[in-house]
Design a binder for this molecule. Structure first.
Ligand code: ADP
Ligand code: GLC
Length: 484
């Protein structure tokens, strides 16, 4: 970039952003991409709701936008910086000043979530159209998931030609609401038809974004292909196929923030790296102690996940007794569906020295688990990208994953050919069932018994390029093409 050239500006819009507010991988991506894009000459500001916990962590801020009525109450946008991230916080107490997480309280979704995030999208669109009071106006808007899905639509209905990129992190969540709310959300009822806002008689915020954005992306190549099929498209496969046919849909695999996730600099772990992996063993011993487990003959597996059907928790519950019987041990950290929480606790009661379970959300513990493990297990039924297998690679804890979405794209299975040419980085199973998972556990257990072979795969895994550099370049190229 020539020194005199103005940096390009992107407004990134999302419901979560690490380290301020996180329920899953979306936050990690939204929080990490700005630094990687900055290297390429793009200045990002990230617009998220000012949930109480976000306000508490944000510190000093200044007001850069306001309105008297944002769907039922006054609202302002406040600008601040946290750890190098330039944030815009949408302060709208009638929508966001509530206890609980970003979407729910005590396990119940807020009934007005579609209004809350339509408001976020409306504010984003106004910022894109009019700019902020500090004279910042974006060259492009990057909308993440259904919560930002209406940004391209609002811009479209306002007649704007501002380029927009809609990134799908998970098509299973679509932001569905009834057409009666269109008026109230300042959306045109005349566009409630199958080529625009309509979805099976209702409205889908995600579909709206997929129809109206200049481009659509998702978070891995395989998931981009899968989305065009009825099995994975959740009813939106037609929209995906149409945009793909026009060359307007791409898969860009996620990276990880190596400043936060790296075994040599991580403050939560005993430091090690690919050149001196020996002290990884200290983390393993500490993790066994922390979960009160015996030192197993076989590998120590960890699972860090939302406990949902997507993540294959039922397959795990069924396959674990076999893994334990063959010498393995497992530590699980997760929260989600009460049934899964219950069955995991039961399993741990049955095998107290081999199965450790923590129900809850614990970021520092997750770091200690990635560092202490031999295996990071991800048996998902579908997985747009997945980040925990990438943390596994980075920490030399071999990913054992189902062959779907980004899991397939980021892990190289330890089949004989890959062992022979030293490209293997983990274990991938295609029969996504308890049986398939148990077989993969068997393969991992056998390889683990061969210390030298295991060390070879671990070394390769730790040297994989899992940072954001390559993928940020793909976003950068796409953004350049759109603003040119
Ligand atoms: P998803 O976004 O679908 O949940 P990802 O693999 O992309 O899946 O990202 C999950 C992120 O959330 C990772 O950073 C993982 O470490 C974190 N995570 C999931 N569950 C927990 C938990 N119970 N405690 C701490 N971190 C968790
Ligand atoms: C979603 C997906 C996950 C992906 C994350 C970040 O939560 O379920 O696979 O890694 O978004 O893109």
């Amino acid at each position: 970039m020539a020194p005199s050239a103005r940096r390009r500006r992107v407004l990134s819009v999302a419901s979560e952003c690490a380290p301020l507010i996180k329920t899953g991988g979306l936050a990690d991506v939204v929080g990490a991409l700005p630094a990687a894009l900055a290297e390429l000459g793009w200045h990002s500001r990230v617009l998220i709701p000012a949930y109480p916990s976000v306000r508490a962590r944000a510190g000093r801020s200044r007001r850069v936008w306001r309105t008297d009525d944002l769907f039922g109450g006054p609202a302002a946008v406040r600008s601040c910086s946290v750890g190098g991230l330039d944030l815009l916080l949408l302060d709208a107490p009638h929508l966001f000043d509530r206890p609980g997480g970003p979407y729910s309280v005590d396990g119940h979704d807020h009934p007005d979530n579609h209004v809350r995030f339509a408001a976020l999208s409306w504010a984003a669109a106004r910022i894109a159209l009019d700019g902020l009071s500090d004279r910042w106006r974006p060259d492009l808007v990057h909308a993440h998931d259904w919560q930002a899905g209406l940004v391209p639509s609002y811009l479209n209905y306002a007649g704007s030609d501002m380029p927009t990129v809609m990134t799908i992190h998970n098509i299973a969540f679509q932001g569905i609401f009834g057409p009666d709310d269109l008026d109230r959300l300042r959306l045109p009822t005349w566009d409630h038809h199958p080529d625009a806002l309509e979805y099976h008689g209702l409205v889908s915020a995600l579909k709206a974004g997929m129809v109206h954005a200049s481009r659509v992306t998702t978070v891995s190549r395989t998931y981009a292909e899968q989305l065009a099929t009825a099995e994975f498209g959740f009813g939106l496969e037609g929209v995906v196929a149409a945009r793909t046919a026009r060359g307007e849909m791409t898969g860009i695999v996620n990276g990880i923030d190596t400043a936060v996730w790296g075994p040599s600099t991580d403050p939560h772990v005993v430091g090690y790296d690919a050149d001196s992996p020996a002290r990884k063993a200290d983390n393993r011993s500490a993790l066994l102690r922390e979960f009160d487990l015996d030192d197993p003959d076989g590998p120590l597996a960890v699972v860090v996940t939302r406990l949902t059907h997507q993540k294959g928790v039922d397959l795990l519950l069924e396959a674990l007794p076999h893994f334990i019987a063959s010498g393995g041990a497992v530590a699980v950290l997760g929260s989600g569906e009460p049934d899964y929480e219950h069955w995991l606790r039961e399993l741990s009661a049955r095998f107290p020295r081999s199965v450790g379970v923590r129900i809850g959300y614990d970021e520092p513990l997750s770091h200690r688990m990635y560092a202490g493990a031999d295996l990071v297990v991800v048996p998902s039924r579908f997985e747009p990208c997945g980040l925990t297998q990438l943390y596994g690679l980075r920490y030399g804890s071999l990913p054992l994953v189902s062959s779907t979405g980004g899991l397939r794209d980021t892990v190289a299975d330890a089949v004989p050919a890959a062992m022979a040419n030293s490209t293997a980085t983990g274990f991938v199973f295609s029969d996504i069932s308890a049986r398939g998972l148990a077989d993969a556990f068997d393969r991992a257990t056998s390889l683990y018994a061969d210390g030298e072979a295991w060390a070879q795969v671990r070394d390769r895994a730790m040297r994989e390029h899992v940072d954001w550099a390559a993928s940020a370049r793909q976003y950068g190229d796409l953004f350049e093409e759109l603003v040119r």
